[in-house]
Design a protein around this ligand. Structure first.
Ligand SMILES: [Zn+2]
Length: 374
């Protein structure tokens, strides 16, 4: 069963990357579907909590009167952020299936007691963030202005994914009946997630790309809330945007910065906009940020994002200096040892070998990028 599950994790990853990313990232960790271990890192500061609605599909967290997080109980634990404002409701990211998005929509409507969805923002166009867009037909969808999406290709990719899940399900269901008690809830959750996802992608699925796009920055005024959207630069996808909501001290970062199950995915593209990343991060870190919400699993804190900003800036400087002194890549990888600050990843279940390999890949990617600029 373990082997089947590992293969399945790989398929999830391939599906995540193949549809929108030129080359699969090697940053995938084989424990993507493991439950997150307890963490000794900084705790998330949130505002006063209101009793969250309960759901079999989502973990629901009320961060404030105006902010709701829905985290899908699935191997990938995708997060949707819902905001209520004077002007209407807005959501950021829509999961990987319209069925899931419709279920999320219902919880948002119940929680806020209203249904006036006016905006959907996609942090990037990957399937698990944008394939539920059609559940909000009345809303304006906002995202980065990337290359024109091939909707037929996306639709056939969705149909193939649904067919693959349907093929995998009988084996997993057999595994479930033989699984030890301790493994049953996670496996049952995975099976339910696959049924739900396949169900949404089989009939009536329609990819809905953003109708309003931008390339640098865009401000969406919601009356008492502001969505400040900024293109992060080419990183995890070619179209990663961050969403800052200053009135709530909230920053939504998509899949660029993950650390549970994955390591940060900023170096996944062949071309990387590293100086822009630093500029964007410096601008955001100068703000009062209470909660940082990535695309999967658990909220981050400001010190954690600062740590990664410093890691990126130091690595860039190190590689630059090494290039100027005529070192070759192998020397640089020796000269730029793994900074101890990022060893906190071990507390999240990553092996030290994987963290070293991750750092070496980053050095190599930054090296390649600097070469390309010469
Ligand atoms: Zn992604």
């Amino acid at each position: 069963m373990k082997r089947l599950l590992r293969r399945f994790d790989f398929l999830v990853w391939v599906a995540t990357t193949a549809l929108a990313v030129a080359e699969p990232s090697s940053s995938v960790s084989t424990n993507a579907a493991q439950p997150s271990p307890a963490v000794s890192g900084p705790q998330v500061q949130t505002q006063a909590q209101t009793a969250p609605a309960s759901s079999s599909i989502f973990r629901v967290q009320r961060l404030s009167d105006r902010v709701l997080l829905l985290t899908e109980k699935s191997p990938m634990e995708n997060i949707m952020v819902a905001l209520q404002s004077r002007e209407g409701l807005a959501v950021v990211d829509t999961f990987g299936s319209p069925v899931t998005a419709v279920a999320a929509r219902k919880i948002i409507e119940e929680t806020f007691g209203r249904r006036d969805f006016i905006y959907v923002v996609n942090t990037h166009p990957h399937w698990d963030h944008a394939w539920g867009n059609q559940a909000f037909p009345e809303a304006t969808i906002v995202g980065f202005q990337g290359p024109r999406p091939d909707l037929d290709r996306i639709a056939s990719g969705a149909a193939n994914m649904a067919a693959r899940y349907r093929r995998e399900l009988p084996d997993l269901e057999r595994c479930l009946s033989a699984a030890p008690d301790a493994e049953r809830p996670a496996l049952a959750g995975r099976i339910a997630w696959m049924h739900r996802t396949a169900g949404g992608l089989e009939k009536g699925f329609r990819p809905v790309p953003p109708g309003v796009t931008f390339t640098d920055r865009k401000r969406v005024d919601l009356g008492d809330l502001t969505l400040d959207l900024v293109f992060f630069g080419r990183a995890h996808s070619g179209e990663d945007i961050f969403i800052h909501v200053p009135e709530e001290g909230l920053l939504i970062t998509g899949d660029v910065f993950l650390d549970r199950g994955w390591m940060p995915l900023f170096a996944a593209q062949r071309e990387l906009d590293i100086p822009r990343w630093i500029e964007v991060l410096d601008g955001l870190l100068a703000q009062d940020l209470k909660t940082i919400v990535p695309g999967h699993r658990e909220p981050w804190t400001k010190p954690r994002l600062t740590l990664w900003r410093d890691y990126i800036a130091n690595t860039l400087e190190g590689v630059k200096t090494a290039k100027q002194t005529g070192l070759d890549l192998e020397d640089v990888q020796k000269e730029l040892p793994l900074p101890s600050s990022i060893l906190y990843l071990k507390d999240l279940g990553h092996s030290e070998a994987d963290i070293h390999a991750f750092h070496e890949r980053n050095v190599q990617a930054f090296w390649r990028q600097l070469g390309a600029q010469r």
